[in-house]
Write a protein that binds this ligand. Structure first.
Ligand code: MYA
Ligand code: JJ1
Length: 388
């Protein structure tokens, strides 16, 4: 069934119930000197390139490849439209390797036709912090699909990760592969219901009119929590402490230090938004919420070409009730003219999704680990990791 994945060190379907298999690495590391020195062979019209995402020209080529060929929903109505600024942010975290930003070009024309990336990350699984690669942005041009290019790209990124003496990876996909650590459900909170209905993202509910629907999703025009404000650079140490302490409770979660928090959570215009609650009395940082900006192209609409979506990222509530904190996140997202606020049912999100009028989407997201077995499939609420 999975001619490629059956050959890889990942949990296999046949082993799913087997509790005798130990948790941890599936195969041991080898000396880096024994890692294959040459790139894998591509079909002869194509060549490997390392993409310099700092270059405006290369970044635009990657952006165009993804804008035209990356992930779509099951009915091909929407396609992710990661911005160039977002791609630069996603691909250059602390300690990133340029060699993990891998392109495939047509030798003759130099056209970029495929892409895959890794970035380094420390991820904790139960009590063990493991240095991993997070693999993302796997994309093969629509005209080159089903030619088994993806397995070659995955093997090549694996080789380049091994060359840095890293032996595990984390990744997500909308499809089922051998075998998910957990499966998450997407939820959607309408902010601009008229547009969402116009473009076919959502439908008018039974016994609902447009004006009742608009009223249902109405939000205050200012946040409610006293001391709620945008995160600033001087907040990095306090937010790191708050987040590290919070993420302890999950089975799988990133192990963020201050440099990671500075990179991943300091607000970046049009890319990532972070807010916190500073106690008006003690000036303590007690709560935190964040979301990233990932628009989608609308593939078939006369009236609109872009759906502006915010995706829930990391949220921590210790004093402000999570419901109130996330309601304030919805209010700021509405003020910033997002059309929809999306969230997965990870961490404690189940505790606010229904009450804040999120509805389940038609998409699922499966989380995977490469060369690391977890003994039981996790509940989404045991996962403390959000990938972009
Ligand atoms: S998930 C987002 C993936 N991208 C898209 O969905 C964009 C639109 N689609 C495409 O561009 C193509 O359809 C892709 C496949 C490129 C996805 N993850 O070349 P093929 C397996 C893993 O003939 P194509 C993301 O970016 C498939 O099961 N494997 O197929 C995370 C089959 O193998 P098997 C996938 O459709 C990526 C084989 O590929 C995926 O032309 C994490 C078919 O190859 C997928 N999303 O191209 C990658 N889709 O026969 C793994 C298909 O066995 C990283 N396949 O079933 C692993 C860790 C590596 C580092 C390890 C370090 C230690
Ligand atoms: O966005 C998604 N679905 C939307 C649009 C569906 C359009 C028809 N297929 C959806 N809308 C309903 C919203 C409604 C609002 C009011 C309340 C009730 C709900 O369900 C889905 C997620 O649900 N997105 C996708 O399918 C995109 C791909 C998801 C897999 C991503 C894999 C990424 C891998 C990256 O590493």
């Amino acid at each position: 069934r999975h001619k490629f994945w059956e050959t890889q060190p990942v949990g296999q379907f046949k082993d799913l119930g087997d509790t005798t298999l130990p948790e941890g690495p599936i195969e041991p590391p080898t000396p880096v000197s024994e890692v294959k020195q040459e790139p894998y062979n591509l079909p002869s019209p194509y060549e490997w390139v390392t993409c310099d995402i700092d270059s405006e020209e290369v970044c635009a080529e990657v952006y165009n490849l993804l804008t035209n060929n990356y992930v779509e929903d099951d009915e091909n109505m929407f396609r992710f439209n990661y911005s160039k600024e977002f791609l630069r942010w996603a691909l250059r975290p602390p300690g990133y390797f340029k060699s993990w930003h891998i392109g495939v070009r047509v030798k003759t024309s130099k056209k970029l036709v495929a892409f895959i990336t890794g970035i380094p990350a420390k991820i904790r699984v139960r009590d063990d912090v493991v240095v991993m690669a997070e693999v993302n942005f796997l994309c093969v041009h629509k005209k080159l699909r089903s030619k088994r290019l993806a397995p070659v790209m995955i093997k090549e990124v694996t080789r380049r990760v091994h060359l840095e003496n890293i032996w595990q990876a984390a990744y997500t996909a909308g499809i089922v592969l051998p075998t998910p650590v957990t499966t998450c459900q997407y939820w959607h909170r309408s902010l601009n219901p008229k547009k969402l209905i116009d473009v076919g993202f959502s439908r008018l509910g039974a016994r609902m009119t447009m004006s009742r629907t608009i009223k249902l999703y109405k939000l205050p025009d200012q946040t409610i929590t006293p001391g709620f404000r945008k995160m600033e650079p001087h907040d990095v140490p306090a937010v790191t402490r708050l987040l590290r302490n919070y993420l302890k409770q999950f089975v799988v979660a990133p192990d963020f230090d201050e440099n990671d928090v500075e990179h991943w959570l300091l607000p970046k215009e049009g890319v990532v938004d972070s807010y916190l609650v500073e106690s008006p009395e003690t000036h303590e940082i007690t709560d935190f919420c964040s979301f990233y900006t990932l628009p989608s192209s609308i593939l078939g609409s006369q009236n609109h070409s872009i759906l502006k979506a915010a995706y829930s990222y990391y949220n921590v509530s210790t004093k402000t009730p999570l419901l109130q904190l996330m309601n304030d996140a919805l209010i700021v997202a509405k003020m910033k003219e997002f059309d929809v606020f999306n969230a997965l049912d990870v961490m404690e999100n189940e505790n606010f999704l229904k009450e804040l009028k999120f509805g389940p989407g038609d998409g699922k997201l499966h989380y995977y680990l490469y060369n690391y077995r977890v003994k039981h499939v996790l509940r989404a609420s045991e996962l403390g990791l959000v990938l972009l």
